[in-house]
Unconditional design. Structure first.
Length: 94
């Protein structure tokens, strides 16, 4: 059996549409602001931020240990994904 799991954290910072609109408007006059859209610092200012508690990763353990699963596709949307969460997820999968 195959499983597709998408885990999206709770929103800790809302997206900034005003910044996107200003960038597009100024980009219409001067092309340089449009290049900002490719920069990580701009994306961090504009895009929403999500956070997943460590306990959520731990709760996936029972599901991932199922013998009937052959293929697992796991998508994690976590803006504050750190080494501790990565290590926990690695231990669950391996």
């Amino acid at each position: 059996m195959d499983a597709t799991i998408v885990v999206t954290g709770r929103e800790i910072k809302a997206g900034n549409m005003m910044c996107v609109l200003c960038t597009l408007i100024w980009g219409g006059f001067i092309i340089i602001p449009l290049f900002f859209m490719c920069c990580d610092w701009w994306k961090n200012c504009v895009n929403p931020a999500y956070s997943i508690e460590l306990s959520v990763y731990m709760s996936l353990q029972k599901l991932l240990r199922s013998r009937s699963l052959k293929n697992i596709s796991l998508t994690v949307v976590d803006s504050v994904f750190d080494a501790e969460k990565a290590q926990t997820l690695y231990q669950l999968v391996s």
